[in-house]
Design a protein around this ligand. Structure first.
Ligand code: FES
Length: 349
């Protein structure tokens, strides 16, 4: 019977995927996700984790319906879902033609390579954040905003940390990361205990698609906790290249003791080409302290005055990012102008 049906109706036509803005159409193989089909056809489709947690493959679905391998809502905000975004790595096509639009600027990013990295210095920035400097076996090229996966040589789970210093044209061998201690976390407990100094790490980099887009609109940068690292890298890089844009940097921390790199931010501000506004916001600072600055959630301080016509650059925990996306949209920055790196402190991707 099965053979009869096959011969009577033939094999079903392969499903097609059309990718914009490149306007490339490819076939989607049996059982392939949209991302798998694109990569199998040599298309530089933005991606990283491939398991639905990093949002690097976030894509706007323009036509067709897809089945979710894991619910997109675990990673994408309600605003993103309402705007028609999907995760290509978790999407199987349902219709004959699926049309998607990707962020084409991600295609210009360098492919990841493997390096050996030795921790040569650690310096406390706060009671639970270390600045960690590693030296690599050769120069690493990356875009400001991207991150690296680090793991102990010979095994262990990789941890993801954003580059905190600006890239250099020919790559860098000395790289800085801001690493928050995760209580009970094997990697950071060893790091904070000094046991990893001089130890060889395996590093894979560059990863992620978070980077500064070309343009001259107001940059609204929002960082939470150790999420300051990629924004310092982006801002240092922009300052070094004398990029002329107005910028507002909102930095959310719990108390004054959790603020760090204020000198580095001050130096960026004083050499910035354009207006630069820095707004630190404290959520748990004692009311009777000498703090005269902003209080509450960092996202409560997103204001229309610096949003209109701007672009959002966000790095922090998922709740902060989701709240920031909603608030930026309310104040005039649409989703397609918001770029982010969403992480948990353990940076499990
Ligand atoms: S590559 Fe799809 S969510 Fe990470």
């Amino acid at each position: 019977m099965r053979d009869f049906l096959k011969s009577a109706f033939g094999r079903s036509k392969p499903k097609q995927l059309r990718i914009l803005p490149q306007d490339v159409t490819i076939e989607i193989g049996q059982g392939q996700t949209l991302l798998e089909a694109a990569l199998a056809n040599g298309i530089a489709y933005p991606h990283d984790c491939t398991v639905g947690t990093c949002a690097s493959c976030k894509t706007r679905l323009k036509q067709g319906r897809v089945r979710e391998a894991t619910p997109f809502g675990y990673t994408l905000s309600k605003d993103e879902l309402d705007a028609g975004y999907i995760l290509a790595c978790q999407a199987f096509p349902k219709d004959e033609l699926t049309v998607v639009e990707i962020d084409s600027s991600a295609g210009d990013l360098m492919p990841a390579e493997k390096y050996t990295a030795n921790i040569i210095a650690t310096e406390p920035l706060t009671h639970d954040i270390l600045r960690v400097t590693v030296q690599t076996d050769r120069a690493v090229s990356y875009a400001a905003g991207q991150y690296a996966n680090l793991r102990k040589a010979g095994g262990g789970r990789a941890r993801s940390y954003s580059f905190a210093n600006a890239p250099q044209r020919k790559g860098r061998t000395l790289l800085e990361f801001y690493i928050r201690k995760v209580p009970g976390g094997e990697f950071t407990e060893s790091l904070f205990g000094g046991e990893l100094k001089g130890v060889s790490l395996e590093m894979e980099a560059p990863l992620g698609t978070f980077h500064l887009r070309a343009g001259d609109s107001h940059m609204v940068c929002i960082a939470g906790g150790s999420g300051l690292a990629p924004l310092v890298s982006i801002l240092e890089h922009a300052r070094g290249n004398r990029i002329k844009r107005d910028c507002t940097l909102l930095f959310g921390a719990r108390t004054q003791a959790d603020l760090y790199q204020l000198d580095a931010i001050g130096s960026i501000a004083s050499n910035w080409q354009g207006d630069f506004r820095f707004i630190p916001v404290l959520s748990d600072e004692p009311l009777d302290s000498d703090w005269k600055g902003a209080r509450g959630l960092v996202t409560d301080h997103i204001a229309p005055g610096f949003c209109e016509g701007g672009e959002g650059y966000l790095c922090g925990p998922p709740l902060m990012i989701d709240a920031a996306i909603a608030s930026l949209a309310k104040h005039g920055i649409p989703l397609e102008k918001v770029f982010y790196d969403k992480f948990t402190d353990s940076r499990d991707r």
